[in-house]
Design a protein around this ligand. Structure first.
Ligand code: AMP
Ligand code: ZN
Length: 473
């Protein structure tokens, strides 16, 4: 490894050099999706940027073990201990069982990840697999006096800690407590900031998933999942824990509280958080505004990798605003880029010095707090450089180990396939004209129906500044 990797650690509020607990090895944990609905593209921004971190670690020579949970129980609507269980909500909405919902949306999540070239973590563990481990950890927390029973539930006692708000500074702390004033407080709690480790059936009469425990039939709180699942697979010391910024409080704050109380020592050294994808009205969520999913983007003619390209063009620590206009520009740039790489003559001598020079620059950009936009600039610079085509192609392949934009994969498309049937072309062009006319008359239902009809035949339309383009998939 030539460059040292630096990134922002939410725990210390500094950009720090990454030094793992064990030389050359990294243990990494990611909070997985709550599988009560499709992931929206905001959620997937977090997973894309975490994928970038994992691949950067591997690129710079680390051996990474990455674990992710699947939240299929215990995540309530408020992120704290109020509201409905999100899984129950999903099951009611679709008249299915919680486990059917979990299976369907877990599969949908990984299908989206695959389309976005997000690597599946080495270990993926649903929370409902680990009930015994949760019970064991809660038992120890009770024994050590960090937890108490009240009204049938088990709570973590935050007053037992020297510092509970490990991620926040003073003004943020006041804000957080303020926010919680509005919440319907649970009268069983000894302190406002206490949180539930185990709910008994007293919480919801219709809770489908419940298990026997020393404290009665019930189910785990959300936060305990991540502490237990990470320790089960990564042991007592962890290098990096990731999530979106909304996970910092209360989820990650509570994870630290219970894990370090259980272990009796520091648990995780680096906390990596991805800022939100917003739409014009604010933070993207599953309940408000247009529910933007990968499938929706596809049905509108976008290659999912254009969305990945869009995410990589901005820094993970900056909020990112989504708009179709920007996505269109990204689509055009991405297509041009892939085409340019497609024209490279790949056979020939690789110029070692040229290769190493650009590889070093690319790695340096990533090692500078994961500056993916700069890494893409290095890619553009490299394509313009005075080095052989074979060197450029080898570099594009090498960079794509991290960028994962399928830069060197030949495309099946109009240009790439000279045998495209003239009859098909005439048919598609006629449909495009028909759609244009429908749009002009503001008959958007008809326009959408034409797009869907073409999609069924494997033809994707893309609205670009230069007009409508199409390709075969
Ligand atoms: P959830 O399925 O709600 O548990 O969320 C899955 C992941 O998406 C978590 O890491 C969240 O922090 C993250 N997340 C939620 N909303 C957004 C958003 N608008 N932009 C980026 N990440 C998000
Ligand atoms: Zn988590």
């Amino acid at each position: 490894m030539e460059n040292k990797l630096y990134f922002y650690n939410t725990l210390t509020k500094k950009i720090e050099q990454f030094i793992p607990n064990e030389d050359g090895k990294v243990s990494m944990y990611t909070c997985g999706p709550t599988v009560y609905h499709y992931a929206h593209i905001g959620n997937l921004r977090s997973y894309i940027m975490e994928d970038l971190l994992e691949k950067t670690l591997r690129y710079t020579g680390y051996n990474v073990k990455r674990v992710m949970n699947i939240t299929d129980v215990g995540h309530l609507s408020s992120d704290a201990d109020t509201g409905e269980d999100k899984m129950l909500k999903g099951a009611k909405r679709e008249h299915k069982t919680v486990m059917e919902i979990a299976k369907y949306y877990t599969d949908a999540f990984f299908s989206d990840c695959q389309k976005l070239n997000i690597k599946t973590p080495d270990v993926v563990e649903p929370a409902t697999n680990c009930i015994d481990e949760f019970i064991q950890m809660i038992r120890v927390l009770l024994e050590k006096g960090f937890a108490y029973e009240a009204g049938g539930n088990i709570y973590f006692d935050t007053s037992r800690l020297k510092e509970y708000y490990v991620f926040s500074n003073q003004s943020e702390k006041e804000l957080l407590v303020g926010v919680r004033e509005d919440v319907d407080e649970d009268a069983n709690k000894r302190n406002k900031s206490d949180f539930v480790l185990w709910f008994t059936k007293s919480k919801f009469d219709d809770q489908e998933l419940k298990w026997e425990s020393p404290w009665g039939l019930g189910y785990p709180g959300w936060h305990i999942e991540c502490s237990c699942i990470s320790m089960k697979h990564l042991g007592e010391y962890m290098d990096i824990h990731c999530g979106g910024v909304d996970n910092i409080f209360p989820h990650h704050t509570n994870e630290v509280a219970q894990s370090e109380s259980y272990l009796g020592h520091k648990w995780c050294n680096y906390w990596f958080h991805v800022h939100h994808l917003n739409d014009k009205s604010g933070k993207m969520s599953k309940s408000k505004g247009e529910f933007l999913t990968v499938s929706l983007l596809e049905s509108r003619g976008y290659d999912p990798l254009v969305y990945r390209f869009f995410c990589l063009q901005s820094h993970y620590r900056k909020p990112l605003e989504f708009s179709y206009e920007v996505l269109d520009n990204m689509g055009a740039a991405y297509e041009k880029l892939v085409k340019r790489i497609g024209t490279l003559e790949r056979d020939g001598e690789v110029d070692r010095a040229g290769f190493e020079e650009y590889r070093r620059r690319f790695e340096a950009a990533l090692c500078d707090d994961l500056n993916s936009a700069m890494a893409i600039t290095v890619l553009y610079d490299m394509l313009k450089a005075d080095i052989s085509d074979a060197t450029k192609f080898a570099l594009a392949e090498d960079f794509d180990r991290v960028l994962s934009l399928s830069l060197t994969v030949p495309r099946a498309g109009k240009e790439a396939d000279p045998k495209v049937d003239a009859e098909l072309e005439a048919y598609v062009l006629a449909k495009i004209e028909e759609r244009k006319a429908a749009k002009k008359e503001k008959d958007f239902a008809k326009a959408d129906a034409i797009r869907a009809e073409l999609l069924e035949k494997g033809i994707v339309l893309e609205d670009t500044r230069e007009g409508v383009k199409w390709k075969k998939i």
